[in-house]
Design a protein around this ligand. Structure first.
Ligand SMILES: CC(C)(COP(=O)([O-])OP(=O)([O-])OC[C@H]1O[C@@H](n2cnc3c(N)ncnc32)[C@H](O)[C@@H]1OP(=O)([O-])[O-])[C@@H](O)C(=O)NCCC(=O)NCCSC(=O)C[C@@](C)(O)CC(=O)[O-]
Length: 306
């Protein structure tokens, strides 16, 4: 498939979902000022992403960094070409999100591991799926688009290797209830092209590639290779975060997401059209890192001459 891709003249669209403002920031120990979050999202909108995941309507006791969700979602300059999904764990979160009048898309999140699910949302996989189905149905009735996530698709920080069958079951359920797309998350970044490839083979028996996205953390440096395997399986959507920001507060050891700059560089090299301006993403990452006193984490950001 890769050989075929490289030989075609017309470039195929690949959707990059920028999750930096949500997944990237939720684990930051220091509170990122609301105005910085808002400017970050506005700058990302100007990079031409189709999707910028912006914040979470979760409990502030569980994720204090996202406690300014209302100010963030109401403060950004929305572009009609960009979708700004917010994470919603339950009906209380949906109510709060709808009350802003600014939310048109939400993301619900489940997992393929009971232990992780308990730590993350205080419910096991089945209980959490029931809540997600309720939230999804209620959101769809309000005309809100719903994206689904499955965490721990290859490995769990508490249970080790995860059986692909469970990932397939959760994915199937999320699609059945009406999620337009399900993003498969290697939450702790332990997957390799071997384990990710096997997991995808199983999931693809019951879910079409067009309805799937991949979401890799780069703990073991396998994220780009894992995207490549996903491309070979027909998937054309990947999540990433600028400068590789991120980590999951309930998954010890998980490092950041795959860096958007590295993903864009690889996709460009493969001849895909993402529509995203890599230079603007690097400038945005440099701006953010300077603002927060961080160092550049993406390889491309460090190497690229602007
Ligand atoms: C789901 C709950 C709320 C259950 O938490 P709980 O404690 O079982 O909830 P509860 O219903 O018993 O309520 C307890 C308190 O929280 C309040 N509450 C309840 N719900 C909300 C809400 N929505 N917004 C604001 N407040 C809320 C509620 O009102 C109450 O307040 P109190 O009476 O004590 O003052 C909690 O576990 C939670 O918020 N978890 C979120 C954890 C999280 O955000 N994790 C990171 C996102 S997942 C992720 O990063 C993975 C992903 C998606 O990126 C993919 C990958 O990499 O794998």
């Amino acid at each position: 498939m890769l050989r075929r891709l490289l030989s075609t003249k017309k470039s195929e669209f690949f959707k990059v979902v920028e999750v930096g403002p949500r997944d990237g920031l939720q684990n930051e120990k220091v509170f990122v000022p609301t105005e910085v979050k808002v400017e970050l999202i506005d700058r990302l909108s100007d990079c031409n992403f189709k999707v910028v995941e912006s914040t979470s309507f979760v409990s502030p006791k569980w994720i204090p960094q996202m406690r300014d969700q209302v100010e963030v979602i109401n403060g950004i300059k929305k572009k009609s070409s960009v979708s700004y999904p917010v994470l919603v764990p339950n009906l209380a979160g949906l109510k709060n999100a709808l009350a802003t009048g600014s939310v048109e898309e939400i993301a619900v999140f489940g997992a393929a591991s009971d232990s992780f699910s308990k730590k993350n949302v205080n419910a096991n996989v089945e209980e959490s799926l029931q809540k997600l189905c309720d939230v999804t149905s209620a959101a769809l009735k309000e005309g809100i688009r719903v994206r689904g996530y499955v965490s721990c698709v290859v490995g769990c920080p508490y249970e080790g290797n995860i059986k692909p069958d469970i990932v397939a079951k959760v994915t199937e359920k999320l699609l059945e209830v009406g999620c337009y797309e399900v993003s498969l998350g290697d939450t702790i970044g332990v997957g390799t092209p071997g384990s990710v490839g096997k997991m995808l083979e199983t999931v693809l028996k019951s879910a079409p590639a067009e309805k799937l996205a991949v979401h890799f953390h780069d703990t073991y440096g396998q994220a780009l290779a894992n995207v490549l395997v996903s491309i070979e399986k027909g998937i054309r959507v990947a999540d990433s975060s600028l400068s590789g920001l991120g980590g999951c507060p309930y998954a010890k050891g998980a490092t950041g997401n795959l860096a958007t700059e590295d993903l864009l560089y690889m996709l460009d090299g493969l001849g895909f059209d993402t529509g995203v301006d890599l230079k603007e993403v690097i400038k945005t990452a440099n701006w953010f890192n300077e603002k927060m006193g961080r160092t550049v984490k993406s390889r491309v950001g460090a190497a690229y001459k602007l």
